[in-house]
Write a protein that binds this ligand. Structure first.
Ligand code: HEM
Length: 147
């Protein structure tokens, strides 16, 4: 499959980056909504509005963007035959961690939706930094390819 994208390689890379930007925008915004949702009274109009915003952000933006970013990412790996490259293996590890954080964000959304949130606003402020740190590591790995 090496080189199978031919002249479309840069188009796939561009679409990969667009999907990644959308995924990261959602991953950085959703925990911020959780921070403010913690202060909204259960059953209040504000809390119900946050539930709608969180559900739409996750289902209409974050989930589809992650799926597209991953499918195009794997097409790029196959095109470059980069499976065994050190930078790509490290990138896979950080992307896997990003997927795990995505899973936790999704679970916490269900807890808020059921008025069963179990964490504080401070907790979500710290969690907001995790996708940021992972994103910085991923972008450096794929552009600098340090190993
Ligand atoms: C399973 C998920 C992913 C896979 C398999 C993957 C794979 C790849 C591959 C093979 C390339 C091409 C590298 C090159 O041509 O030198 C690439 C480019 C890129 N990826 Fe990903 N990626 C994934 C997820 C992500 C994520 C989550 C981010 C950011 C948070 C990201 C950011 C980028 C960037 C910025 C580029 C462009 C690099 C350049 O211009 O040389 N990728 N990706």
């Amino acid at each position: 499959m090496t080189g199978f994208l031919g002249e479309y390689y840069l188009w796939v890379m561009a679409l990969h980056i667009i999907a990644v930007i959308s995924w990261m925008a959602g991953m950085l915004y959703l925990p911020r909504l959780y921070v403010y949702h913690c202060d909204a009274e259960v059953g209040s109009k504000q809390s119900e509005t946050f539930k709608i915003m969180e559900r739409r952000l996750l289902r209409a933006i974050i989930n589809p963007a992650m799926t597209v970013a991953m499918i195009l990412g794997f097409m790029l790996v196959a095109h470059l035959d980069a499976w065994g490259e050190g930078w790509m293996i490290a990138k896979f590890a950080l992307v896997f961690a990003m997927g795990a954080v995505h899973g936790m964000f999704s679970r916490w959304r269900r807890h808020f939706a059921a008025d069963e949130n179990r964490h504080s606003a401070v907790f979500y402020r710290y969690m907001n930094e995790v996708p940021t740190a992972l994103m910085i590591g991923i972008v450096i790995l794929v552009l600098v390819k340090p190993f």
